[in-house]
Design a protein around this ligand. Sequence first.
Ligand code: PLP
Ligand code: COI
Length: 359
Amino acid sequence: MKYDIKINKTTAPKARPEDESKLGFGRIFTDHMFLMDYNTEEGWHDARIVPFGPLPIHPASTVLHYGAEVFEGMKAYRAADGSIQLFRPMENVKRLNKSAERLCLPELDEEGCLDIIKTIVELEKDWVPHSEGTSLYIRPYLFGNDPHLGVHAVKNATFAIICCPVGAYYAEGLNPVKIAIESEDVRAVRGGTGYAKCGGNYAASLRAGERAERNGYTQVLWLDGVDRKYIEEVGAMNVMFKISGKIITPALTGSVLPGITRKSCVELLKDWGYEVEERLFSVDELFDALENGTLEEAWGTGTAAVVSPIGNLFYQGKEYTVSDNKIGELTQKLYDNLTGIQWGKVEDTHGWIEPVCNG
Ligand code: PLP
Ligand code: COI
């Protein structure tokens, strides 16, 4: 089912960034945004693309008081022939609905949601940057918008999409990042909202993230909230380790975000003949592997972060170096293949690419 999208184009388009090497992440927004409203009587209605601008919001809105919000992060890529394409967008749509279900927010029609995403990307196609390593980051988000303070499942909601031309997420680019393993705060617990991509998970992670940054680390590696010893994920990425030739990545226990980049990397690694273990993986096992020299590579995976080598790990006062603080061979191969598929330079044998429009 497609939503009936009304398009109101801006009469004052902004100048697009000239220097694509300075895009950074999430600071520049395109000319338009998508909005659609929900209430229990009408369901989703009034789908519209309007000039980018502030959202009017009731001071009692559920999202402001009880954090009823879920979001997605995906990218549109410009292929060598100039055409625009998405990477596994239906995975994002399905995850958005799973997140919404966890927070008692209304779900979207999957085909309709994909059509909305393609419509706004096509409208903003000139904003998809051209330089290597750049893309148009798409941020769909859905929030409860009831104008009263009772705590209950929402009756009014808004679905929005904004877009940003982006470069690398980390200032380090493809250089190894320094990660601090967090031993005090926890991000999520089983039964909670860890597997959902909801704003509250990120709010809960900020204190540890700030502490890590003050000490010179890029992000935090979370341990599980019950035993406080199993590795879960990094602030904006899932993690993988190559130990004695095998790949180990934390199992999706319910408190870890089921990353689409993670899933894609696991599929690529299996195609290449690697044994991939998705299981509980303790910090002790990681440090044994570091100390006995069997930890060959460590990296994170995520839409914003792509494939990001981990060069340093800090835990309880000690710092450890991974792969001599250089990008490992397999990390580089994963990066090259994944981005090759995303930018249309490597054949897409899995059917992961969804074409949007010509350039
Ligand atoms: N884990 C967290 C907490 C994230 O924010 C992200 C980014 O979306 C990921 C993992 C990676 O997920 P994906 O590969 O779907 O972007
Ligand atoms: C993403 O990779 O899309 C993310 O959502 C990470 C972060 C910017 C929250």
